[in-house]
Design a protein around this ligand. Structure first.
Ligand SMILES: N[C@@H](CCC[C@H](N)C(=O)O)C(=O)O
Length: 272
């Protein structure tokens, strides 16, 4: 991969390709402070035709908060930064090892290896309209938008209780709806039983993905608020399941797999 500049020097950046239930990531470890990324570079690396391709680029750096093992930033393929990414957080737990505490825009997220799976404590969901944020006051459990419900898991999520096949149809427009000043991730949830739902998510800045961890947390929170499911619920997505547990007056736990696919090097021509 080459990024051309008038005067340039080649730099090799090591990367690891990972995924959580098919939600795929490029992990760059910048704990040595050697990598400088621009938005253009992020878009290029994430491009499935011109770069490596992924749903999110995950940048690791040295922690700034006490108690954190590593700082993590999540970038969408359109170059925008997201406050949370559940599936990538499990991958980071696997990448770092030894149950790291992950520092994100949404605070410190403890992680735990449980057998072959990883648990991430995703934080307390935000339910107030200002915190999602919405552009005006509204009942976030019953929005005047397909009777959906919204919450923030560190990033904004709208959940619609509608067939998952509508995700590709309605997602693109709703991501940019005027109700969401920071855009939103749009989940389509089919309730199968009080402890099981099927979910498909149109992700902000990424489009239709095979799985969305924060979207699964948000879907269980939004469905539980409406007594459609219990606080402990299995979320089935295209490539498998996540277990979601929402503690009473507390955080949401997400449990699921994380996989390493391959490692490689990005060759960049950087300006000198
Ligand atoms: N795939 C993620 C969510 C990634 C961020 C999202 N697209 C946003 O912009 O908020 C997950 O597993 O949570």
């Amino acid at each position: 991969m080459t990024f051309i500049s008038a005067q340039s020097a080649s730099v090799k950046i090591a990367f690891t390709k990972m995924h959580g239930l098919g939600n795929d990531f490029i992990v760059l470890d910048n704990r040595s402070n050697m990598i400088t990324l621009t938005e253009v570079m992020i878009r290029h690396i994430c491009d499935r035709h011109l770069g490596i391709g992924c749903d999110q680029l995950v940048l690791l750096s040295n922690p700034t908060l006490e108690g954190a093992s590593v700082r993590v930033q999540f970038f969408n393929p359109d170059g925008s930064e997201a406050g949370a990414c559940g599936n990538a957080s499990r991958c980071v737990a696997k990448f770092i090892g030894h149950n790291p505490v992950i520092e994100t825009q949404n605070g410190l997220l403890p992680t735990f290896k449980e057998g072959e799976l990883y648990r991430v404590v995703m934080g307390v969901p935000k339910l107030a309209w200002q915190d999602i944020p919405l552009s005006h006051e509204a009942d976030t459990a019953h929005l005047p938008l397909y009777d959906g419900a919204a919450c923030s898991m560190g990033n904004p999520h709208l959940t619609l209780f509608r067939p998952i096949k509508e995700a590709a149809l309605l997602g693109p427009e709703l991501e940019h709806h005027a109700l969401f000043p920071q855009r939103a991730n749009i989940g389509f949830a089919e309730i199968l039983s009080p402890t099981h739902m099927r979910l498909r998510v149109w992700e902000r800045g990424a489009g239709l993905t095979l799985a969305c961890g924060s979207g699964a947390c948000a879907a269980v929170v939004n469905a539980a608020r409406r007594n459609l499911v219990k606080r402990k619920c299995t979320v089935t997505m295209e490539k498998g399941d996540l277990q979601i547990i929402w503690e009473e007056n507390g955080p949401v736990h997400m449990i699921g797999p994380a996989e390493t696919v391959f490692t490689g090097q990005i060759l960049m021509d950087q300006a000198v």
